[in-house]
Ligand binder design. Structure first.
Ligand code: 5GP
Length: 189
């Protein structure tokens, strides 16, 4: 998606050879017009797979998953990272290492929100090693729901996550693929 690539070049901050900060458009401040276009692009890519729910994980996946679900006119679920007092006891949960925080967190979805037969589209902001996406995939499997694909805003293709999921036969679409962050520069595929 050319618009996203252009915005990454304009505002992306290369923190290290492995981490890109997009705090002014996606990860802290949100650019609503950009995020709406991203949702429309995911909707265009996946509409034919007939998803009936979008699933993401809090927090940075939420805006993109929301605009995707809005465009497709289907509900959006975000997996929560910690059990809250108001959360149902009956949950599907997975332990997921966090790439940016360097800790392990539990992500969970109330079992009344995902059902066998649901056609689920997973959306997230970045893919690095693929742990977050794999955790969401396992939640879909535990619910007996059907995964139609995975949409990722920014795939760092020099890391293994995206291809490791494609190797399982799952469709993964990314809007921008970054080949390298070396030398403090963003190089796209
Ligand atoms: P993975 O689980 O694929 O290793 O990492 C994906 C998760 O880590 C995403 O949900 C995203 O929030 C975060 N992440 C991974 N790489 C980056 C990065 O370069 N920049 C930012 N801002 N987040 C990242």
């Amino acid at each position: 998606m050319e618009l996203l690539k252009r915005r990454i070049q304009e505002v992306g901050v290369v923190v290290s050879d492995k981490v890109l900060k997009l705090d002014t458009i996606l990860n802290h401040q949100i650019d609503p017009a950009l995020v709406l276009e991203m949702g429309r692009e995911f909707a265009r890519l996946f509409r034919e797979t007939k998803p009936d729910k979008v699933l993401t994980v809090e927090s940075s996946g939420i805006p993109i998953a929301y605009t995707t679900a809005l465009t497709l006119e289907i509900p959006m679920i975000f997996a929560r990272r910690k059990k809250t007092l108001t959360m149902d006891q009956d949950t599907y949960s997975e332990r997921v290492p966090s790439f940016t925080k360097g800790i392990v967190t539990d992500i969970m979805v109330s079992s009344h929100l995902l059902h066998p037969g649901d056609r689920v589209l997973i959306i997230d902001d970045f893919i690095a090693n693929g742990d977050a996406a794999r955790g969401l995939i396992r939640i879909v499997e535990k619910a007996g729901a059907e995964l139609v694909g995975v949409g990722i805003a920014v795939e760092k293709s020099f890391q293994a996550g995206g291809n490791s999921i494609r190797e399982k036969g799952i469709r993964v679409e990314s809007l921008a693929r970054i080949a390298s962050l070396e030398g403090g520069r963003v190089t796209f595929d």
